[in-house]
Ligand binder design. Structure first.
Ligand code: GLU
Length: 320
């Protein structure tokens, strides 16, 4: 029987330098792709103009390369894919699966505080789902901006995640095009993963909650389902997601403290459960050979990056 493809990807947003939590996820994604003989591609998620930081995409690629991560072909720049995102939107609209939504953030917050049955917290309550065509036309003529939402019909979706087990969710009417006209993350990621031939999505567990929506969307768009593996994330000692304020979190910060990229590669390898690397200087190829998804810790990890040094190991896992 043919082995399922491990063609994988890493898709950073160029909003700043990658920190060791991001780099750890990238290393896991790369090892999982390469260990199965798969291709590995990059995508630059630059759709959100407000969050872009000039120069950060280049620095992110340089940091990945410094760790020994290589990729096939040129990175896909997400903003170049707008025509494909629009085509997918048209397909959904043609199938009667979208509607305009005029809600403001305050409207959504107010509606979300009312009970809404099976929907998860924060799910869209469906306020604009049943607006009449006249009402919609009037609001648009009056200059009201609108997002576009899908009609997901509270579909119940379960996905088998290679690391987290079953991820289940009730899919709400989520946004596929934002009020500013930008394709929404869930739409763009599903369309672009398919365009790049991605078969296996490995990313941070903070994105696990988006998976039922994305699996549902792929199905509506007639795209092949992908396999998912969500890697538990790295947190600072205060338990919050790793960020600049936690100290030496980027390769450049760590270099200032005397850690080479090879030192960081070894620490991250250790953190991913790759054995036999403590005290060694493993090559990227050695990591791929030794990688075992079953050994990747299943809990988020807390670290104090300012305490890293070239001769200590990754701190013991401290489940939260
Ligand atoms: N660009 C997204 C992020 O950096 C990740 C998208 C994905 O992996 O699906 O959070």
């Amino acid at each position: 029987m043919a082995r399922p493809s491990t063609d994988g990807r890493y898709a950073p947003s160029p909003t700043g330098d990658l920190h060791i939590g991001n780099l750890r996820t990238a290393l896991a994604a790369w090892c999982m792709a390469r260990a199965g003989g798969g291709r590995f591609v990059l995508r630059i998620d630059d759709l959100d103009p407000d969050r872009l930081r000039p120069g950060s995409a280049e620095r992110q690629l340089a940091d990945l390369a410094a760790l020994g991560i290589d990729w096939d072909g040129e990175p896909l720049v997400q903003s170049s894919q707008r025509p494909h995102h629009e085509a997918a939107l048209e397909r959904l609209t043609g199938a009667g699966l979208t509607y305009p939504c005029f809600c403001t953030r305050a409207d959504i917050r107010a509606a979300a505080s009312a009970p809404h049955g099976a929907q998860a917290d924060g799910a869209y309550a469906g306020t604009c789902r049943h607006l009449s065509a006249d009402d919609v036309a009037q609001r648009i003529a009056g200059g009201a901006a609108h997002a576009v939402r899908v009609r997901a019909g509270s579909a119940e979706v379960s996905v088998e995640d290679q690391l987290l087990g079953t991820i289940s969710g009730v899919v709400d009417d989520f946004v596929v095009r934002r009020k500013d006209g930008v394709p929404a993350y869930n739409l763009a990621t599903v369309v672009d993963d398919a365009a790049q031939g991605v078969a296996q999505v490995v990313r941070g567990a903070d994105l696990a909650e988006t998976t039922p929506r994305q699996a549902w969307l792929a199905q509506q768009l007639g795209l092949a389902p992908v396999r998912y593996a969500h890697v538990p994330i790295v947190r600072g000692v205060d338990g919050s997601r790793l960020a600049k304020r936690h100290g030496a979190v980027t390769l450049a910060d760590l270099a200032q403290r005397g850690l080479t990229a090879a030192d960081v590669r070894r620490l991250l390898a250790e953190s991913l459960g790759i054995t036999g690397v403590r005290g060694a200087e493993p090559t990227p190829e050695a990591l791929v050979a030794a990688f075992d998804a079953d050994r990747v810790p299943r809990a988020d990890q807390m670290v104090d990056p300012v305490r890293f040094s070239s001769d200590v190991g990754w701190p013991d896992v401290q489940p939260l």
